[in-house]
Design a protein around this ligand. Sequence first.
Ligand SMILES: C[S@@+](CC[C@H](N)C(=O)[O-])C[C@H]1O[C@@H](n2cnc3c(N)ncnc32)[C@H](O)[C@@H]1O
Length: 325
Amino acid sequence: MTAPSFPTELKAALDARLQGLSRGELAARAALISRTYRDGGGSGAIRSEADALAYALARMPATYSTVTASLNALRAIRPDFAPQSLLDLGAGPGTAAWAAAEAFASLQIFTMIDTNVALRTLALDLARGNAQLNNLEYAKGDARAALAEAEPADLVTASYLIGELGERERQPLAEAMWDKTRDTLLVVEPGTPAGYARIIALREQLIVAGAHVAAPCPHDGRCPLSAPDWCHFSQRLPRSQAHKQVKGAELPFEDEKFSYVVLSRVPVAQHPARVLAQPVASKVEISAKLCTSNGLTTAKIPRRDKISYALARRWCWGDAVMKES
Ligand SMILES: C[S@@+](CC[C@H](N)C(=O)[O-])C[C@H]1O[C@@H](n2cnc3c(N)ncnc32)[C@H](O)[C@@H]1O
């Protein structure tokens, strides 16, 4: 997947908040937050304005890029979808709203919900740099409780939220999110086996409730992958100077793995195959692992089939492609 570029206004708004702050201290805060996440502690470590900024500098470019890639997958399958309202749960610094605003010029009403005061304050501050987000509502509170009061929205998003919930909280939250989804729900999680397992559980639960998968799966049936395999994608994104400093990283890019599902109330009209790994090109053929509406397959496109070969050369991991088994 081609990396979507991080919005210039968002980068500028984050950079402006760096004035007068020690990069070393921000890097130490980001490292502590990241360690807390790895140990299963969630975003409880984000308590102050500086913590929120450190988190946003370290994580927003990656989460923006995976949410954008997921929304682009939705747009490719449903080019006519033009949501007017967005409801973003576990909104944090507002990443999904920025990505959705960029993906859908039709969006006018933005509602966010989160428990974290520091991230909410930062989100509201950052949003001042985006005219589309000027009138957003940001409720402070637990997602499920706040959902009871929320208006339904055309597009509902939950990016990197459900992994922060206890196992028993996930099903009722999924049900409540779906209740507030007028048209489409997007859920994004880290591209780990555990993140994928959460996505698959939610997908199965909501298909039973009447949802149809718009992406990444070309079907509403059971996922054909079995352990140790899992469905995930990857976004390569460039790291800015501030991003490198706060992560204590040298490489000018990073690869962010993610799993996601887009569920719609309406069945989708087209079911292209999904490329599940970077295709391998040899002198004789291109070999691509595909999920199709008939199950998993490894497509072999011989070089002598010039037209198909030329098309397949452009396939990337995560793309929707017109090739059935
Ligand atoms: C990993 S952050 C992701 C933030 C944002 N969605 C993004 O993609 O950048 C998870 C967010 O979920 C929020 N959160 C966790 N549990 C929550 C709950 N029960 N209700 C509302 N928000 C919650 C946290 O405060 C945090 O902002």
